[in-house]
Design a protein around this ligand. Structure first.
Ligand code: APR
Length: 321
């Protein structure tokens, strides 16, 4: 993991960040991701992180708590946030993949599930309960009420500068892939096309009987459970709930694209939910340069070539400057 700016450490305020993982040179030289990960394990503290990265984690957490105000006043510093190497790679890249998570929509006002924003709870039911396959079995009307509420909130929100930057990138590179865990449709609202939605979409419904999919905007229902146009069966939100499989083919397509990309951005995800979190790992294993954009460090940070500590809406547009 490297926090900010160039490879050769220089004595300045950001050095703390940069004196990050000594394995980094190992990474540069040998780029054997799996053995890298295992080498971390062999030097490990309990959770597979070496002492060095634990210390950095403390510093980073401290630093990230200072981040917004510190960095806002260091506008110029942002210019150095993105290393020259990464700028070079970005300007020369032909095949780029972005994996996005809830953090990319945080600046639009969408609550995240963990870290950074306030966690979602519905009628004292934690998110993981109301958004579960078991709840669809037990109380589908309640699941609809929860998703109707969320759709009501989302309908008032607009894409932010992170969504807009990512949408512009699709026409910048010969090959561009956007893989999202978000169900909010804000990437598409910003103009992103062919978005691989790993966790479905809150703007679609799926029939529990014939599996047909319908655009929610075409459904006339206030509450209760809407019926399928095709077979009259019960519709449910076309969203991957806890304990459910991802849509057929979505992950496989994303994994295939990750294997061929040369630059992989991971923005706004806590990287704790699999298989989505394995996408950057697949890209890394295939030799891609992996960059994380997040105000907080994540379990993935150690695997990344660069970690840009900050908000996606502030950092991603910098790449075009
Ligand atoms: N810019 C970038 N990252 C941000 C920002 C921001 N402005 N604000 C918060 N973050 C980061 C947080 O630090 C956190 O690491 O975004 C991450 C959000 O993490 P989660 O809430 O766990 O969201 P995500 O990783 O997308 O969750 C994955 O879990 O609950 C399921 O299905 C749900 O798709 C979701 C999946």
């Amino acid at each position: 993991m490297r926090a900010v700016a160039t490879k050769r450490p220089k004595e300045d305020g950001l050095l703390l960040f940069r004196r990050s993982n000594p394995h980094h040179n190992l990474l540069q030289k040998e780029r054997e991701p799996h053995c890298f990960r295992s080498s971390v394990a062999c030097l490990s503290g309990a959770n597979g992180y070496c002492i060095e990265s634990m210390i950095n984690r403390e510093i980073a957490t401290l630093q990230s708590s200072l981040l917004p105000s510190e960095f806002c006043s260091m506008k110029a510093a942002r210019k150095t946030l993105i290393s020259e190497e990464l700028r070079q790679r970005f300007s020369k890249a032909k095949n780029v993949l972005v994996l996005s998570g809830a953090g990319v929509s945080a600046e639009s006002g969408v609550p995240t599930f963990r870290g950074g924003g306030d966690s979602a709870v519905w009628k004292e039911m934690p998110f993981s309960v109301i958004s579960s396959a078991e709840m669809v079995e037990r109380d589908l009307p309640e699941v609809w009420e929860w998703f109707n509420y969320r759709r009501g909130v989302l309908a008032t929100l607009k894409p932010n500068s992170a969504h807009e930057a990512i949408a512009r990138w699709q026409d910048r590179f010969d090959h561009f892939t956007l893989v999202t865990q978000n169900i909010d449709g804000l990437h598409q609202a910003a103009g992103s096309r062919e978005v691989i939605e790993l966790h479905g979409s809150i703007w679609r419904a799926r029939c529990c009987d014939c599996d047909a999919r319908h655009n929610i905007r075409d459904l006339k229902f206030d509450n209760g459970v809407p019926a399928c146009f095709d077979c009259g069966g019960h519709l449910r939100p076309d969203v991957v709930l806890f304990g459910e499989m991802l849509p057929a083919g979505a992950f496989e397509l994303a994994a295939m694209k990750a294997e061929s990309c040369e630059l992989c951005f991971v923005a706004g995800t806590s990287a704790v939910v699999y298989p989505a979190a394995s996408i950057p790992e697949i890209a890394r294993a295939a030799g891609a340069y992996v960059v994380e954009v997040n105000p907080e460090l994540t379990p993935l940070s150690d695997l990344c070539d660069e970690v840009l500590p900050g908000k996606a809406g502030e950092i991603l547009p910098l790449f075009e400057k």
